[in-house]
Structures are given as structure tokens and as C-alpha cells.
Design a protein around this ligand. Sequence first.
Ligand SMILES: Nc1nc2c(ncn2[C@@H]2O[C@H](COP(=O)(O)OP(=O)(O)OP(=O)(O)O)[C@@H](O)[C@H]2O)c(=O)[nH]1
Length: 345
Amino acid sequence: MVRQALSQSLPWLAFVNISFALLIALRDQLFDQFDTSLLTHQALIPIIETGIYLIIAASLFLLLIKGMRLVLLTLISLIWALCGYCFVVYWQLPFAYPLGIILLLTATAALYFYPAGLLCYLLPLWLAIPVASFQLNQSINHRFAIIWLIFTLILLYGRYILLRWFNEAWLRYEQNQLLISRLDLLAHQDALTATANRRALEQHLAQAISQQRPFSLIMLDVDYFKRYNDTYGHQAGDACLAAVAAVLKDAVRTPEDVVGRYGGEEFVVMLLDATTAQAESVAERIQQQLQQRGLEHAASDVATHVTVSQGIASAAPGVSAEQLITQADQALYRAKQRGRNRWVS
Ligand SMILES: Nc1nc2c(ncn2[C@@H]2O[C@H](COP(=O)(O)OP(=O)(O)OP(=O)(O)O)[C@@H](O)[C@H]2O)c(=O)[nH]1
């Protein structure tokens, strides 16, 4: 995140530094009689001009060279501090203050995510003012003290506002992420059984087929479930479906396998990298675990507990998701025909 934020804000910082450096470099074209009317210490002009071109070069390097940011930021600020010092002490140019505050505020916003860089940039410029004041007055001057205090307050307040913005933006981001994950869950999970819903199942199937991954499918259906509902009530039927789903999740072995509710009392188990024989052993495990679970089903003709019939199909080259589902469904139909509470592949 820091790298991304810097990649956006460093060009702005460089742009502001270069713009002000160019304003000073082109002062004769932009302002009338600038040097001759205002500047008394002409000998300093070449030094400041060299500094200004160095600022332009260092700002350009700041964009190009990623490894030397701290050095370049310190260098730019030191040169600005030297220029500001000369403007205040030798020429008493009041524009040094707004220039300083613009540079400092720009850096505060641009280097917000980069405290080390911010410190390197802020310190030389920020300290140049009391140093210049002391040099000019040979003591601490209360007017300079007030200006410096205002500088400091502007900076601290600006940073505080940035912090609040950032915290609010981060809070919104986290809330959005939470919302997205909830919506994702709603869109892909069956609420009653906490398994994948049909849409998610179809996506998993399509993905495995497009990746040409070997896998097997078990399509299963609770036996005599209408009678279960009629005997125990619809709510108990719901609880029964949730319990069957829990058994299925327990019966699969790898976290990559998918258990989903295909519709009504019909489930699909998708076993990645599993052969038909391995799928049959999962089907056997499901049957055994349902027996151990022993959910009473007094209206069933095949057992005293809730049982399922299962149809197994395995992926093969050229077989589409729909064809595979149809194969598993036909196997399930045969399992029902042959007496239920069994699997057919
Ligand atoms: N409680 C409950 N019942 C459901 C739900 N979805 C479907 N059903 C019921 O499941 C029953 C399915 O009945 P059938 O398709 O006749 O199948 P069956 O009674 O299991 O008979 P066989 O599959 O032939 O053993 C219907 O009565 C549906 O109302 C659900 O979410 N909750």
C-alpha cells in the first residue's frame, strides 16, 4: 500500500518542488527588476541558482531512482532551507514564509504514508526558520517565534486532518470488505445447510472441467424425504437436511472437495482428483456415517434411520458439466430403482 500511495503522491511532490524552483530560476522573465531592486547580496545569487537547479535535478531523480528517496528528500529540503535562510536573513523577502509553508504542507500530504521520508523533508526546512531568526536578530525574536509557531500549528493540524481522513477511509474500506464477503457468502452459500449453493457448485464444476482436472461427482438424495416431512414436520425436515449436510462435509477428506445443495433434498459432492473407486469409498463412508448418526426415520421402508441414495459419475475428456450431472442423476435414479440406501456408479 505504501508503495502504491507513494507512486501516486511523489510525482506531485516533485512537481511542486520543480515548479517553485522554476519560479525562482525564471524570476527575471516573470517579475520586473527582481534581483536589482530587491537583492543586496548579489554574491549569493549563483549559489542559490545552483541550489535551485540541484532541486530540479533531485526532484527528477526522486521519480526515477527508488532506492535513494531518503537522501534525495533530505537534499531537496536542505537546499530549500539554505535558500529560505538566505531569503530571510540577507534579503528579508517575506515570500519565503508562504513558500516554506506550501512546501511543508505538500510534503505532509505526499509523504503521509512514509514517516521516515516525511521527517527527512520536514526537519531541515522547519528548523531553517528559527535558525534564520536567531541569526537575523542575534536572539529569539517574538515575531519570528509567532510565525514559527503558526508554521508548526499548520503542519500539526494538517497532519491531524490527514490522519482523520485516512482513518475514516480505512474504516469504510473495512466495512466494504465485510459487506463484500457477506454478499459473497449469500451469493454462493445455501443458508439452511451452510454448503455451496447450486450457482457455486456450477462454478466449481466449470472450473474443474476447464482446468481438465480429474474428479468424480456423487449426486445424492434423501430417501423418502416427503414422508419424513409428513411425519415429523417441515421444521424437523429442515434440521434433517442440515444434519445430512454435516455428515457429507465430515465424509469428504480434502478441503478442496465441495459439498453443495443442488436443490430440495438433493446434494452433490464433488471429489477432486478422485477416481470412481475412490468416490465409491466416500459413498460408503457417507452411508456408514448416516447409520452412526442414526437420525430416526420411522416412515422409511429401507431403514429406521435417515438414508440416502447416491449416483456416482466421473469426469472424462470431452464430457461437459451438464452431461456429468445427467450421468450422476441417472446413476442416482438407478440406486432408487434398486431399493434405495445404496450407491450406483
Ligand atoms: N423440510 C424441507 N423439505 C424440503 C425442502 N426442499 C424440498 N423438500 C421436500 O422434499 C420432498 C421431496 O420429495 P420427493 O421428491 O417425492 O422425494 P422423496 O420423498 O425423498 O422420495 P424418494 O426420493 O423417491 O425417496 C418434498 O416433499 C419437498 O417438499 C426443504 O428445504 N426443507
